[in-house]
Design a protein around this ligand. Structure first.
Ligand code: F7E
Length: 329
């Protein structure tokens, strides 16, 4: 059978890694891209492959989803598109709900109404656990602490519902934080590694952050997209947690990242309350033993290794940029 995937959020960190993985595996890959006056495709620009197709559409536009699903007739749909910034979700709660909650429903309805035989992956998140203390697994109670987390809880349950009600092969991957050199610049890990590179190269001398006590379970995004794909290849549709099982504070991540560049974070990090959230998630540490037992998936990269590889990548690209600028006539 032809393997055809539709990825929402293909221009994001996970979407770009997943597109690469699926092309490697012989898929035809279709990506949903939102219309902007400027192209926002830096993460997929390097993919030159006639099997990659991009389509304008939006999770807030149900008609575009119906038309695309009918046109492409995908065998697998990965719903990675979202307003994914937790703090921004407090500022844009309605847009976040429309994209991250109702958007999933629109996409599921497009699949159901088209009548095609298709497997569905929902990008669920550890933010759904919110204030429920770690370790968190597939059976842990949800108590979201942001409009983002609440919207994702809706999407999680509507995915479960479409599986039960319509016998759709629909799975929900509950992924803990996963990072990479492609991570958006306003998420804390990338903000830190970009800050380290800027300080090391003398562009600035400090970095401003919020809550340093938050504990997150940071893994490497490239490994997590492999887990998404594995979930859709299993005989039974089930939900899985993907995580490293190790909790690290933002403070420790700073220590790893600055230390790797030969710097002391305490000399450079300043606090600003404006980066705090109205309600914070204190600690997320996942138990991914089900993914290991059923799929054979296991995270390979810990937070310290991740911090190092992200600092190296940011130093490298910033140095190249500076060199390029100095060489300009
Ligand atoms: C799994 C989950 O993962 C991500 O959500 P997140 O955990 O909120 O990620 P983050 O990198 O924005 O914050 C991590 C922690 O770091 C603290 N923190 C301190 N100072 C700053 C700061 O300056 N900026 C940011 N962004 N955070 C800061 C902040 O208060 C929080 O406690 C998204 O991918 C989301 O889509 C998702 O699903």
């Amino acid at each position: 059978m032809d393997k055809r995937a539709l990825i929402t959020g293909i221009t994001g960190q996970d979407g770009s890694y997943l597109a690469e993985l699926l092309l490697e595996k012989g898929y035809e890959v279709h990506g949903l891209v939102r219309r902007h006056s400027t192209l926002n495709r830096s993460r997929i620009d390097h993919i030159v492959d006639p099997r990659l197709h991009l389509h304008y559409g939006d999770l807030t536009d149900g008609v575009s989803l119906v038309n695309l699903v009918r046109l492409i007739e995908p065998t697998e749909v990965y719903n990675l598109g979202a307003q994914s910034h937790v703090k921004v979700s407090f500022e844009m709660p309605e847009y976040t709900a429309s994209t991250d909650a109702v958007g999933t429903l629109r996409l599921l309805e497009a699949i159901r109404a088209s009548g095609i035989d298709c497997r569905f992956y929902q990008a669920s998140t550890s933010e759904m656990f919110g204030s429920t203390p770690p370790p968190q697994s597939e059976t842990t109670r949800f108590h979201p602490r942001s409009p983002y987390g609440a919207a994702k809880v809706y999407s999680h349950w509507v995915t479960v519902n479409y599986r039960e009600a319509y016998d759709l092969f629909a799975v929900s991957g509950i992924l803990f934080n996963h990072e990479s050199p492609r991570r958006g610049e306003s998420f804390v890990t990338r903000k830190i590694t970009l800050g380290v590179a800027s300080i090391k190269l003398g562009i600035t001398d400090h970095l401003v952050l919020g809550n340093l006590d938050a504990v997150r379970d940071w893994g490497y995004a490239k490994e997590y997209v492999e887990g998404m794909w594995q979930m859709l290849q299993h005989d039974e549709p089930q939900d899985y947690v993907l995580a490293t099982g190790i909790g690290t504070t933002v403070r420790h991540f700073c220590d790893y990242a600055f230390g790797h560049a030969g710097l002391d974070w305490q000399d450079h990090v300043r606090y600003d309350a404006s980066y705090e959230r109205p309600s914070e998630v204190d600690a997320l540490i996942g138990d991914a033993s089900k993914a290991h037992d059923v799929l054979g998936w296991k995270a390979q990269t810990d937070a310290e290794t991740l911090a190092r590889l992200m600092v190296d990548a940011d130093l490298d690209s910033m140095e190249r940029l500076l060199r390029h600028r100095s060489e300009r006539p």
